[in-house]
Write a new protein. Structure first.
Length: 249
């Protein structure tokens, strides 16, 4: 295994990450200050995405993600882009902290205007995990866990906002268990559609439903009726009806 390369925050190679995609000294220095304040003391050269001479593990419209170190331990570090339309990442951090309070999402370690430090979730997205050939009982367990987390979000009034196409937002962890990530678009004022969105994604989107169909049989007409009832009155009872139809007990 190649030796892990860790860069101090001041390393010039990180300029392209800390002020992505356009360099601004003001933004760059603000990011370094925020990272120091959060206790991030280094960045690992890891990830499939490149930014100059550095690497990233994720990239979105408002932020990039790199692998950082806090007290020697790996963390995911989300950094606000220099061209971001969002003035701060603090709202996202607040929503993630709220999700954590009922057991959903990667653990939040700290948040500031320009950066979020959180648990680094290692694993595969749902589609790639299904393609790896898991056992049917394991698939049922993971699907149930995802649906339970979505129901928890609905019950607490936090809409994730991007689960209708959850390819990048559901990770099956290396050590087992599912995790919903990326609360960038989450809202506590919008009507919650977490469970209905994920059910549509898993059981009605062709690319995923074919893989799921190898493990879980579904009557789409009946499933649609169950979800209409859930949408009208979200409850543990409605969730139970869903689990019963999918034989997830």
């Amino acid at each position: 295994m190649a030796e892990r390369v860790v860069l101090p925050l001041e390393d010039r190679r990180l300029k392209a990450v800390f002020s992505y995609p356009h360099f601004s000294r003001r933004h760059y220095e603000a990011v370094i200050g925020d990272l120091r304040g959060l206790g991030v003391d280094g960045v690992v050269l890891a990830g499939e995405l490149e930014a100059g001479e550095a690497k990233m593990i994720g990239k979105g419209c408002t932020a990039v993600v790199c692998l950082g170190l806090m007290h020697g331990l790996p963390v995911a570090v989300k950094i606000r882009r220099s061209d971001s339309c969002r003035e701060s990442l603090e709202g996202e951090g607040s929503n993630l902290e709220f999700a954590n309070s009922f057991g959903v999402g990667p653990r939040l370690f700290g948040v500031s205007k320009n950066a979020i430090a959180m648990e680094h979730i290692r694993g595969l997205n749902l589609a790639r995990w299904l393609e790896s050939g898991p056992q049917s009982e394991t698939v049922k367990y993971m699907v149930r866990e995802v649906l339970e987390q979505c129901h928890a979000l609905d019950s607490h009034g936090l809409d994730h906002g991007e689960l209708s196409n959850a390819k990048k937002h559901i990770i099956i962890k290396e050590g087992g268990g599912a995790c919903i990530i990326d609360f960038e678009s989450a809202s506590r004022t919008r009507k919650c559609r977490n469970l209905t969105s994920v059910v549509n994604y898993i059981f009605f989107k062709d690319s995923i439903s074919r893989l799921i169909g190898l493990h879980i049989g579904v009557d789409r007409k009946m499933l649609s009726e169950i979800m209409m009832r859930y949408k009208a009155s979200p409850s543990d009872r409605a969730l139970g009806a869903l689990f019963s139809h999918l034989k997830l007990y």
